[in-house]
Design a protein around this ligand. Sequence first.
Ligand code: GUN
Length: 290
Amino acid sequence: MIILDGKKTSQEIRNEIADEVAALKEKGGKTPHLAVVLVGNNGASVTYVNAKLKDCEEVGFNTTMVKLSETISEKELLEEVHKLNKNKDIDGYIVQLPLPNHIDDQKVIMAIDPEKDVDGFHPQNLGKMALNLPTFLPATPMGIMDLLDRYNIETGGKHCVVVGRSHIVGLPASILMGRNHYPGNATVTLTHSRTTNLKELLKNADIIIAALGKPDFITEDMVKDGVVIIDVGTTRVVDKSKKSGYRLKGDVEFEGVSKKASYITPVPGGVGPMTRVSLLKNTLMAVRAK
Ligand code: GUN
């Protein structure tokens, strides 16, 4: 069994990005600039956003944080989005989700200039992704593809079962795994809460991408020998021994399943760090596209 080390792999990619940014600056090129819009004070969102900004600074990007009140109206938020669209110095930006309930996420995503949509959430970019055209890929699915690629894992002709159909992970991951492209060319089954024969499908899977958000949901008895496990789950569970008071748990019961797997991502240290580096890749791509 081989651990898919997202921490190490993401550091390799981060070093490559930092080298490219340094070379770009030396040639007098533009310093990549990412903006992050944060509405309100959701604890997890604040943590994610700070981590994203820190990553950018470490590779030499410029950053802007647009911090907005929880009570901002949808119209005012859309005005902020239009300002970022027009700001020539900003190469790409993201609006951290979830937004407060009185704001329509989709309306905001649709207002982002697709050429600055480094989250890859705009329908134009998701459409390009599905057609295998060059575009920004959503961060988590891109991180998964990079991990499979860097470990040279065979995906062609394999049966890949994706668990969970969220717009930011399961759905795009299923499209990418089915593309006529490496990593991809897999036979993909996209499963969700209405799937009636999940256990049977999992038992036949060569590759499992678990993104349902239920800790330890997939157990040893549900998988076959040699399976490749990509665990996207990061549920916070209470752990008094930790300074934070919690630890992260994946959707896969690691100890049992790792005995049967050929490759497996740990939680934490698997998909999470790869997701973070994808945003840097997309921001650099936005600069290159200019
Ligand atoms: N909330 C959770 N994940 C993400 C992400 O990748 N992008 C944005 N914008 N919000 C998120």
